[in-house]
Design a protein around this ligand. Structure first.
Ligand code: GUN
Ligand code: ZN
Length: 429
């Protein structure tokens, strides 16, 4: 067993933050040999129970669960900051030509290495990430993630139409490749596979039907896609699938909404869409820096909470502008305070600092069906955590020292934080 003594942040079952100013985190192997949290809480109460366990003392630091990124594209690491009028021109001019390079295994391995380094620098310990349509891109990322012992989920993108040469795949082969990748990687060490139709407009009926059949055959595999991000995209999807009630319903009509299905954006929804999310146990990956950068719109927090479906936070790099969960949480707060009409709203409970943080940790884990496994530091959780230095910059030091409550402390870090705040990222500590 090992222990760390510092301030300690974790979450209770209702998503409320629990904070020990002088805390102790004890880790050790479970019956299956995974490194998990054995105990977490106040130092003076816990320390006598663990005599002889070596303790790393980190005064002035905060231990917190590693962040989860619910939607990111590893092959778009080098697409960040490519400006376009909106989603569809951005895909055509920057994203598809860049993703074509991932047919090259050496190139994919190089980007995978950089990408995983960048996640770690930013305190992200688990990601649900797109690869590209090339199986090589999936193999490259899983290989690198496995070496690092990461809990990571990815999948080969399905896009057999409305996609240029170089990224377009073949319907039947794409489904054969997907199943082979599931069998090769899903459940190996901490890795998981996600069936990944890019978005309905890039997939034929036959490809979506095949993806849905795989989702039924492999119920503990994840599903990831995009929906209702941009008004032009919504119109296009409605034209292509006139029989479905809405863009979101296209996925339901093909068996692609269930627990462990995560859809990025979910902006232009009506209440029937929200009810469908809730009824199927599907979760939204809210991607505010991407939505602001591409001018897509604003996720409706009040609508999501009124109907009650699951959501968590995501960077959506390279539409998103930052790997940093702090930047994403701040953008979520900003977006949540503004309605489509530009009116200011009262910040609801979902925009409290501790709830924003939860949406990027334990709440994101719940969205993935991994609650109690990652995203928290309660006993039994896998021991992926970060060490934060709230005095990492002069302004952070000055501002956090004046925090009068936990919410004030968390908010100061959300507003002023970036990769400098993350002193260390520990995987299976
Ligand atoms: N919709 C289809 N593909 C993409 C993508 O790569 N990024 C975003 N943000 N939306 C998409
Ligand atoms: Zn995306």
């Amino acid at each position: 067993m090992k222990a760390w003594r510092a301030s300690l942040l974790r979450f209770d079952d209702d998503g409320r933050a629990v904070f020990d100013t002088d805390g102790l985190l004890v880790t050790g192997p479970d019956a299956a040999g995974r490194r998990v949290v054995i105990a977490a809480g106040d130092h003076s109460a816990l320390a006598p129970r663990f005599p002889g366990v070596p303790v790393t003392h980190l005064p002035g630091r905060i231990l917190a669960p590693g962040f989860l990124d619910l939607h990111i594209h590893y092959p778009q690491t080098d697409v960040i900051g490519s400006p376009a009028e909106g989603l569809l021109p951005w895909l055509e001019h920057y994203t598809f030509p860049h993703e074509a390079r991932f047919a090259d295994a050496a190139y994919a391995a190089d980007v995978a290495t950089f990408f995983l380094d960048e996640l770690a620098r930013n305190g992200v310990t688990t990601a649900l990430t797109f690869a590209t349509s090339h199986p090589t891109s999936v193999n490259a990322l899983f290989t690198e993630a496995r070496q690092r012992g990461l809990r990571l989920i990815t999948g080969k993108v399905l896009q057999d139409r409305h996609s240029p040469d170089g990224v377009r795949d073949q319907t039947e082969q794409s489904l054969i490749d997907t199943e082979a990748l599931i069998q090769k990687w899903h459940g190996v060490d901490r890795l998981g596979y996600a069936i990944t139709p890019r978005f309905a407009p890039s997939c034929s009926e036959a490809q979506l039907t095949g993806a849905g059949a795989l989702a039924a055959r492999y119920p503990d595999v994840w599903i990831q896609s995009h929906v209702s991000e941009n008004l032009d995209e919504v119109r296009w999807a409605r034209e292509l699938f006139p029989a479905s009630r809405s863009y979101l319903a296209v996925y339901d009509d093909h068996g692609l909404m269930r627990e462990r299905a995560i859809y990025a954006h979910c902006i232009h929804f009506d209440d029937d869409d929200r009810a469908l999310m809730r009824a199927t146990g599907t979760a939204a990956a809210v991607s505010p820096t991407s939505n602001l950068f591409l001018g897509s719109g604003f996720f409706d927090y009040a609508g999501a909470d009124r109907v009650g479906f699951r959501y968590g936070l995501a960077s959506d790099v390279g539409g998103g502008t930052s790997f940093s969960p702090f930047h994403t949480m701040l953008a979520a707060y900003t977006v949540g305070r503004t309605t489509l009409e530009g009116r200011q709203t009262k910040p609801g409970l979902s925009l409290r600092p501790q709830h924003l943080w939860w949406q990027h940790t334990a709440g994101a884990a719940r969205a993935l069906g991994l609650q109690g496994i990652v995203g928290n530091l309660q006993p039994g959780c896998e021991a992926d955590f970060i060490v934060l230095n709230p005095a990492a910059t002069p302004l952070l030091a000055r501002r956090t020292a004046q925090a009068q409550s936990l919410d004030e402390l968390l908010f100061a870090m959300i507003v002023l934080g970036d990769d400098r705040l993350v002193e260390k990222t520990v995987i299976s500590g």
